[in-house]
Design a protein around this ligand. Structure first.
Ligand code: THU
Length: 143
């Protein structure tokens, strides 16, 4: 699957977003290493805090289906009803969720302000020195 195809899947997922409070709709498409793809959208809540980002929706769906190995995630977002005009970077909580399951120097985060020009970052780049399962196992990498 190309990065542009993954962005197309994220754009499709964005159409499912439930964002009546922020009116900022986000879609994500998570690529598992076995080639399967899980979409996610943001799902907001009247009490605000229980709202969930598109990226976490995708991860939770995939983990529930038994996936633990992930290659990349494409993320698109912006004001509802408009095509994305700027890259939508993942929030800190979503970066931390990625850290739980992904190799920081291999997992790719694909952002697309415009769908035909995706830019790819590693998790390492977006979450330097992240805290993950390795830290608890005593095998943490050197600083
Ligand atoms: N949001 C996401 O779903 N993913 C991001 O990467 C950034 C923010 C959502 C959360 C909230 O529903 C809305 O966008 C505005 O913050």
């Amino acid at each position: 699957m190309t990065d542009s195809e993954l962005v197309a899947a994220a754009l499709e997922a964005r159409e499912r977003a439930y964002a009546p409070y922020s009116h900022f709709t986000v879609g994500a498409a998570l690529l598992c290493t076995d080639g399967s793809v899980y979409g996610g959208c943001n799902v907001e809540n009247a009490a605000h805090a229980p709202g969930t980002c598109a990226e976490r929706t995708a991860f939770l769906r995939a983990v529930f289906d038994g996936h633990r190995d992930f290659a990349a995630i494409a993320i698109v977002g912006g004001p509802a009803g408009k095509p994305p005009a700027a890259p939508c970077a993942p929030c800190g909580v979503c970066r931390q969720v990625m850290m739980e399951f992904c190799q920081p120097n291999a997992f790719r985060i694909i952002l697309a302000g415009s769908p035909d020009q995706p830019k790819s970052y590693t998790l390492d780049e977006l979450l330097p020195l992240g805290f993950g399962p390795e830290n608890l196992s005593g095998n943490q990498p050197d600083c």
